[in-house]
Ligand binder design. Structure first.
Ligand code: HEC
Ligand code: HEC
Ligand code: HEC
Ligand code: HEC
Ligand code: HEC
Ligand code: HEC
Length: 356
């Protein structure tokens, strides 16, 4: 069966396009020879459409452009190949990290994640009860990093958010040959700013935290909706890049974005004593006093958890409705009088009210 599919794929190739453009460095086994065809796809057993197309241009611009396909897809060692295994993001690759000269890997990220609230294990290293029951609720790399390269229909997406290219000309005064300046300029500048827009970050977290079933399982508030009700959320919704997203408030300044802690942890960005510090970053409320911590950033109107907010909302809704309906009635009557100045419910007998 698999062979037949492969043959089908190859037949498709033959019809779609010519062969024989230059092989790029990352691609020793010439994977792109087949994978550059947009039609390389099928519907899998579960009925999902799967696209095996790799956009070469996007790949070459991606952070992984210096890796070989088989650095990550290491189970593929012959062509034609068998169905591939899932990629393990924490494996070592052939690159060396220049400050330590050690083989590079993302293991440190995974270790940070293991210390965060998102770990499947508690402080004592025991599997959390909920993680045993619902392992897929606990995020791993690919839940948050669904890089468009690894996702079907990626070629409809534009390039990553603009990095100023201005400084590049300065590097080029000295580093004049090849793509060296471009490569390292992008390498450094992309780390000096957020790559994802606040909206995208909210989208990442909302995958789990925005799901009502998830909230119920983990007894967590509807934080995404409540965030969206605040000024912060609205500003981000309308495209602000300055208003805080989830990461800005939930990661202590200077820590890895992967080190999100729960509110119970005394070192978390949202622990009771730390909230004011979290708000007081240079970009946000630099001069705010301690009382800024009292501002509710996740406004929920849950009757049990926040009775004051709940009844305030009820009260103001009623007040609004009352005032509104009152004026609507007044305006309606006023309009009637203007349209029919002589109308009256009591039949007029031709005399005025004084009987003349
Ligand atoms: C001779 C053509 C050809 C070459 C060369 C080739 N592939 Fe593929 N590849 C295919 C086809 C066809 C499929 C779709 C198979 C299917 O329908 O399951 C595929 C599927 C895949 C998948 C998804 C498979 C799965 O089961 O999830 C991965 C990953 C992959 N290829 C990686 C590679 C890598 C890495 C290389 C280079 C080392 C490579 N391919 C070289 C033809 C090729
Ligand atoms: C940095 C690691 C990395 C590199 C380098 C890499 N891939 Fe992948 N690739 C992934 C991940 C992660 C996925 C998502 C599926 C998974 O978890 O295995 C994926 C998925 C795929 C798929 C299947 C898409 C699908 O929907 O199932 C194909 C085909 C593929 N890669 C081909 C390639 C080719 C060809 C190259 C070289 C040009 C390459 N990859 C380089 C990590 C990588
Ligand atoms: C809960 C979501 C989440 C999970 C899980 C996650 N990441 Fe991230 N990661 C992020 C966000 C958000 C950023 C910052 C993105 C930006 O600046 O646009 C990021 C940034 C990064 C960066 C860039 C360096 C940095 O720290 O800013 C690397 C590398 C990275 N992640 C690797 C990984 C790896 C490897 C894993 C799995 C072990 C992983 N991530 C798991 C959300 C996540
Ligand atoms: C005034 C000339 C000059 C400018 C401008 C310049 N560099 Fe360099 N760069 C050098 C020299 C000389 C070295 C080697 C220095 C050494 O080994 O101590 C170097 C080394 C490097 C290295 C380390 C290479 C390695 O393999 O060790 C990187 C990366 C780099 N430069 C990137 C950049 C970037 C990015 C810019 C622009 C933001 C830039 N450089 C601007 C002269 C310059
Ligand atoms: C794959 C699902 C998933 C994604 C994606 C995810 N989370 Fe979580 N998050 C969880 C789970 C599960 C818990 C509960 C962990 C526990 O209690 O053991 C949690 C807990 C938390 C907590 C702690 C709540 C408390 O107890 O005080 C915060 C804060 C948090 N997440 C923020 C984020 C942010 C910010 C993002 C986006 C960058 C994000 N999460 C993305 C699953 C996810
Ligand atoms: C302006 C700062 C700020 C932003 C933005 C923000 N949070 Fe929070 N978050 C907090 C604070 C402070 C708390 C603890 C107090 C509270 O619940 O109001 C909290 C609490 C939480 C909790 C724990 C809720 C519970 O049930 O105990 C989770 C989970 C969470 N936030 C996730 C998120 C996610 C996901 C986003 C993005 C959609 C986000 N936060 C955006 C500041 C923020």
């Amino acid at each position: 069966m698999k062979n037949m599919i492969l043959l089908l794929g190859l037949a498709l190739l033959a019809t779609v396009g010519g062969v024989g453009e230059e092989v790029f460095a990352a691609d020793e086994l010439n994977c792109v020879l087949c994978h550059k065809y947009r039609g390389l796809s099928r519907v899998d057993k579960e009925g999902n459409f799967r696209l095996f197309y790799i956009n070469e241009k996007m790949f070459k611009k991606s952070p992984h452009s210096r890796l070989k396909c088989i650095d990550c897809h290491s189970d593929i060692d012959e062509i034609p190949h068998k169905p591939a295994k899932k990629v393990d993001c924490t494996k070592e690759c052939h690159l060396e990290e220049p400050s330590s000269n050690e083989k590079f890997s993302h293991k440190p990220v995974s270790e940070i994640l293991d210390r965060s609230v998102h770990s499947k294990y508690d402080e004592n290293g025991n599997l959390k009860e909920m993680a045993g029951k619902y392992p897929e609720d606990y995020p791993h790399c690919k839940d948050c990093h669904d890089n468009p390269l690894y996702r079907p229909l990626s070629f409809f997406k534009g390039e990553a958010a603009g990095i100023s290219r201005r400084g590049l000309s300065r590097c080029k005064t000295c580093h004049t040959k090849g793509e060296f300046a471009e490569t390292f300029y992008a390498h450094v500048t992309s780390r000096l700013q957020k790559m994802r827009s606040p909206k995208e970050i909210v989208g990442i977290c909302a995958k789990c935290h925005g799901d009502p079933g998830f909230q119920e399982r983990h007894e967590l508030d509807a934080v995404v909706t409540s965030y969206q009700e605040t000024f912060h959320g609205k500003a981000v919704h309308f495209g602000s890049e300055e208003a805080p997203d989830c990461i800005d408030c939930h990661v202590v300044s200077g820590e890895s974005v992967h080190f999100i802690e729960g509110r119970e942890s005394p070192t978390s960005a949202i622990a009771e004593g730390n909230v004011a510090t979290t708000c007081r970053t240079a970009e946000c409320h630099a001069d705010a006093g301690e009382n800024i911590a009292g501002f509710q950033v996740h406004v929920t109107y849950d009757k049990e958890k926040y009775p004051l907010q709940h009844y305030m909302l009820k009260f103001f809704t009623a007040l609004m409705a009352g005032v509104l309906y009152f004026f609507v009635v007044i305006i309606f009557l006023e309009l009637l009088r203007r349209l029919f100045p002589n109308f009256s419910f009591v039949k007029s007998s031709g005399t005025d009210e004084h009987g003349h």
